[in-house]
Design a protein around this ligand. Structure first.
Ligand SMILES: [Zn+2]
Length: 320
């Protein structure tokens, strides 16, 4: 069961929950766009009180990464108008409505931002992780929003296809938000090798979802930091970065070198590391080779499978 409240979001339940009508889960993106260019705090307090009758599930500030939640995922929100014959707020198992704190052409710290895509989109990775946990597909059934303009989809598309919609897509509505959006589905991870994906997965498994942010909330690329660091252990915190190496090596530092301790001789980890290293470098002897050859010869299906694997590997090498 996924979390009905987004991990890390500020909870501002407004009550007045009501069930969804079922169907493919989806997201509807909005922008708060208004003449006064209200702040996150103003919008949050508005939806939590006087504006509760038009509240979305989430309010997201793409400059600061602040997120507030007003309804649990399992309830309908109230930021859409119904279409004829369709309660659009209730379409889908989930219809997570997100108001982005953004006004078309707003200025922040002296810089003008035409569209949401131009903002730092701080916290988008955390949002997407939660939406994916709810089973929302990485797709725009009506195409990504191209402008502050209507791109209305048919009632049939709206009812039958899950994924991401803008308010501009929803049948029976006349709003044109959220305007051009960032690429929600592609990340720098697309450029990673399988090995790098493995490392990232290990790191995430070990550090945990909310702590580990591939692109951190301040726009730093933690993975790149890790790769570029002279000693990656300082990034991981194994070794105190403020301690100079000489004092650690001399054993005169006040904070132990945890990484060195774990992997040092005399620990179980060191023994395992050595065993694995030995496995990687030891060649098979003639007897072992013969035993393998005999086993393969006795099993034609295995021989075929190995031949296919070798051929695939050769092709991959030639193409790389
Ligand atoms: Zn809207």
């Amino acid at each position: 069961m996924p979390d009905m409240w987004m991990p890390g979001a500020e909870r501002r339940p407004v009550g007045n929950t009501a069930p969804m009508n079922g169907g493919p889960p989806r997201v509807t993106w909005h922008a708060t766009s208004n003449d006064s260019d209200w702040s996150y705090l103003h919008e949050r307090d508005f939806f939590a009180s006087g504006g509760a009758d038009v509240a979305p599930h989430l309010l997201w500030d793409p400059f600061t990464g602040q997120i507030a939640q007003f309804f649990p995922a399992s309830s309908r929100a109230l930021a859409l108008k119904n279409a004829t014959g369709e309660q659009t707020n209730r379409t889908g198992t989930y219809n997570i409505q997100i108001e982005v704190v953004f006004t078309n052409n707003e200025s922040v710290s002296g810089r003008r931002y035409a569209n949401i895509v131009d903002t730092p989109c701080t916290g988008l990775d955390r949002l997407m992780a939660w939406l994916r946990s709810l089973g929302v597909l990485d797709t725009w059934p009506g195409g990504a929003p191209r402008a502050w303009a209507r791109q209305t989809v048919s009632l049939d598309v709206w009812r039958t296809r899950g994924g991401h919609y803008g308010h501009c897509h929803v049948p029976g509505n006349d709003h044109i938000d959220p305007g051009p959006m960032p690429n929600l589905f592609s990340t720098a991870e697309d450029d990673m090798t399988p090995e790098e994906h493995g490392w990232l997965k290990d790191l995430r498994d070990n550090v945990g979802f909310m702590v580990w942010s591939y692109k951190s909330s301040r726009g730093r690329d933690a993975y790149a930091d890790l790769g570029a660091a002279a000693d990656p252990r300082t990034i991981l915190g194994y070794r105190n970065p403020d301690m100079d190496k000489a004092s650690v090596d001399a054993g005169t530092g006040h904070i132990p070198d945890v990484y060195g301790h774990i992997t040092g001789s005399g620990t179980g980890v060191k023994t395992i590391v050595d065993l694995i290293a030995a496995l990687q470098t030891t060649a098979l002897n003639d007897q072992q080779m013969q035993a393998i050859a005999t086993a393969i010869a006795a099993n034609s299906a295995l021989a075929d499978a190995i031949a296919a694997k070798v051929a695939t590997d050769i092709v991959a090498r030639l193409e790389s």
